[in-house]
Design a protein around this ligand. Structure first.
Ligand SMILES: *Cc1c(COP(=O)(O)O)cnc(C)c1O
Length: 375
């Protein structure tokens, strides 16, 4: 049995909606399906305003423009994240300040943020790793005290909650990714959630090449023109049509992934040598995006990956920490130590996880791990 690391989710109506979009004969952005997706986010999460983008990377770039990041500004974030979290702000000239993560959630350690703040600090970017929330109460209270923007990189966190609030809807801005490796996908896609209402009007303009075209389409101005900086951040209707089918099935996808996550957890939690972080007993705190654990040593992790590969099972490590990457060294600075980040990067292993991963497939992965540990 060959078990890949990921299979993009497909729920049934994707092709049907794409056909409908083609028949509508209006494939550029902001058509019927984009509008239906926006409404879904605004009503279901809920959030103040949602704008689809062609990637989460694009949504983060919009966020950096919206927060008016200028050369020399500092932005605080974890180093254990995807490059786009940092790149979006580096593109505006910011210096990235990397702070260590917590050993349990692998999210930014909220107790280390305040010491990293200087008079140049403009924003904090919490990343909800594996779809499990950062300590948003603490982060929002620090941001309020120092008058900083909070941009949640919730690329992995759609349908997860923090104290009853959907991740991505707590900071000034939040972003999701619909890349095919994420829980809800349309190949390439993303969304910017605008929770701070004062940023909403400018967000529309930045997304439409710096023009007030959205207002024009709503009949609020009689011609549209160049009014601000911007770029083309919106996706085609084909992507929105595919995505809408996924949104209609969001509950199903979420339930299915969480079930798989729990099956792994129950089977592997007792094994000596495997360190699995416990989840909050509140079932809304995760979305089954990644099932990961830490091994005792880097060598053991690499041996296990190879052992699984020999059985046609793909387990993967994750980020090379940004602070130790060539661009991270150039554009960033470490505040404090990176002890937890470095250790996690060397020992973390992710198991196959996707929508409709079968019980038999999970059992095969678990059996292989038992065999590796001689159980
Ligand atoms: C996937 C991911 C991104 C980038 O998403 P794209 O849609 O591929 O641009 C950004 N940040 C994090 C944490 C991610 O996991």
């Amino acid at each position: 049995m060959k078990i890949p690391f990921n299979k993009p989710s497909l729920t049934g109506k994707e092709l049907f909606y794409i056909a409908e979009a083609v028949i509508e004969n209006h494939l550029s952005g902001d058509g019927k399906f984009t509008e239906m997706c926006h409404q879904w986010f605004e009503e279901t999460l809920p959030c103040n305003k949602a704008l689809l983008t062609h990637s989460c990377t694009a949504a983060l770039e919009m966020a950096a423009i919206l927060c008016d990041i200028q050369p020399g500004d500092e932005v605080i974030m974890p180093s254990f994240t995807f490059v786009s979290t940092a790149n979006a702000f580096v593109l505006r000239g910011a210096k990235i300040i990397f702070v260590d993560i917590r050993p349990d959630t692998l999210n930014i350690d909220e107790n280390l943020i305040e010491a990293a703040i200087t008079h140049k600090t403009k924003a904090i970017v919490p990343v909800h790793y594996a779809g499990v929330g950062c300590n948003m109460d603490k982060i929002m209270s620090i941001a309020k005290q120092y008058n900083l923007f909070v941009i949640e990189d919730a690329a992995q966190a759609m349908m997860s909650y923090y104290k009853g609030k959907a991740l991505g809807t707590i900071g000034d801005l939040g972003t999701f990714s619909f890349h095919e490796t994420k829980n809800y996908n349309c190949g390439e896609g993303g969304v910017l959630l605008i929770n701070n209402e004062s940023l909403a009007e400018r967000a529309e303009i930045i997304r439409e090449k710096g023009t007030n075209r959205s207002k024009f389409f709503r009949g609020e101005v009689d011609k549209y023109t160049w009014v601000d900086i911007g770029s083309s951040f919106l996706p085609s209707e084909l992507n929105a049509a595919y995505l809408y089918a996924q949104l209609e099935n969001a509950e199903n996808i979420n339930k299915n992934r969480k079930q798989s996550w729990k099956q792994y957890y129950e089977a592997l939690k007792g094994i000596d040598g495997i360190d699995i972080a416990e989840l909050s007993p509140d079932d809304s705190y995760y979305n089954g995006h990644i099932f990961h654990f830490k091994t005792k040593s880097p060598a053991e992790r690499n041996d296990l990956i190879q052992f699984l590969r020999n059985k046609d099972i793909t387990g993967l490590f994750h980020y090379i920490p940004l602070h130790s990457s060539p661009a991270g060294i150039k554009y960033g600075k470490v505040h404090g130590t990176m002890t937890v980040t470095d250790k996690v990067a060397d020992t973390l292993l992710r198991l196959p996880m996707y929508y409709e991963l079968t019980e038999q497939e999970i059992q095969a992965v678990v059996s292989a791990i038992f065999e590796f540990y001689g159980i």
